[in-house]
Design a protein around this ligand. Structure first.
Ligand code: DP6
Length: 345
């Protein structure tokens, strides 16, 4: 009944932006990411009889109502999946006996991030990947990686990619079971660096969820979707060939296309601030000076700098000269979500 899991956050080179089905979190396009080693979530879930409601602790503090509701929604999906498996004779019209029906039990959940909250690293991806793996195990569900990935997707789209380590593609699909992530190369294939330049620790004003829903109001969405398959092909080939220049150019183009869609949505969504612009300008200048580094930016102001380990000291030294950069978090490719034998409580 008690299970724990660890899952890494991920950074997308070709991003998920806009949904074909907002209920099922089916995306408009495939996306491609690297799971991060140095930014992960640890989660313990214990299903208990006689708990009135799911109770969530986040980084040592009781979580707010909105976060708890999102966790309960995911636990409910997994509890519903477990019901017929656990009790072959289960009748949906029968009143559950709370003492003997563990799938109706509420859970105590504790979750800790290895990275500071508000660091511009999506904690929902690692958080919901870890929650899905731990809760599925706690409920005795025997799911394949593809099924776990699809379940994680229902809670947070990008979480489906964190089931796998290394380099990962989310196959958009057209149904719940057909929309899940696959690994395209393991973490040891290529030691790429994602140095996250934190320029704001504030929560973003417009959530990814709201951004996805507004994407269809932008006249540029069609242009983004017309080019995304070519960007995906370029990224896949660059990863397999360990080609930073090709990957960096494709990832920058994709991030700029996402932000072009966001900026031209109605109402307009601005994720950049002056610090974002300062880092982007710096990265472009470094390249002109011969330092290979590329940027990508998610739905927030912080800048992820893609480079190779040999260039990291130079990148760090130059970032230290930019006053807007408050902190730098350095990540490489990490492993996929795993069950742990040690628990948080
Ligand atoms: C810009 O819907 O997965 O990071 O709201 O945190 O669950 P949450 O995010 P999600 O959208 C992610 C959008 C993105 C691009 C990406 O990671 O592909």
């Amino acid at each position: 009944m008690k299970a724990s899991a660890r899952a890494g956050a991920n950074i997308a080179f070709v991003k998920y932006w806009g949904q074909a089905d907002p209920e099922l979190n089916l995306p408009l396009n495939n996306s491609l990411s690297m799971t991060l080693d140095n930014a992960f979530t640890l989660t313990t879930v214990e299903f208990l009889p006689h708990l009135a409601a799911d109770a969530l602790t986040l980084n040592g503090e009781p979580a707010g109502a909105a976060a708890t509701r999102r966790v309960t929604a995911q636990l409910d999906r997994l509890r519903a999946l477990a019901a017929p498996q656990q009790e072959p004779g289960f009748r949906h019209d029968a009143a559950p006996n709370p003492d003997s029906n563990p799938v109706s039990w509420r859970a105590r959940v504790e979750s800790r991030n290895s990275f500071p909250t508000g660091a511009g690293i999506a904690s929902s991806a690692s958080g919901f990947a870890a929650l899905t793996v731990a809760a599925a195990a706690g409920l005795g569900l025997d799911l394949t990686l593809a099924e776990l990935s699809a379940m994680a997707r229902l809670a947070s789209g990008s979480a489906c990619r964190s089931l796998h380590g290394g380099y990962v593609e989310w196959l958009a699909g057209t149904s719940h079971a057909g929309s899940y992530a696959v690994q395209i190369a393991p973490p040891e294939h290529w030691r790429l660096i994602d140095a996250v330049a934190v320029v704001s620790g504030e929560p973003k004003e417009v959530s990814s969820e709201a951004g996805h829903r507004l994407a269809s109001t932008s006249p540029f969405l069609a242009a983004r979707l017309a080019t995304v398959d070519a960007t995906l092909a370029a990224c896949r080939a660059a990863i397999l060939a360990r080609d930073l220049v090709a990957l960096g150019e494709a990832a920058e183009a994709d991030a700029l296309s996402l932000h072009a869609v966001a900026l031209t949505s109605r109402p307009s969504v601005w994720y950049w601030n002056c610090g974002t612009q300062a880092v982007v300008e710096a990265v472009r200048a470094w390249r002109r000076e011969g330092l290979p580094a590329y940027f990508t930016i998610d739905a927030g102001p912080n800048v992820h700098i893609l480079t190779l380990p040999g260039h990291l000291p130079a990148v760090r030294a130059r970032l230290a000269e930019i006053p807007a950069v408050k902190e730098v978090i350095v990540c490489g490719p990490g492993s996929g979500a795993t069950l742990l034998s040690e628990h948080l409580f």
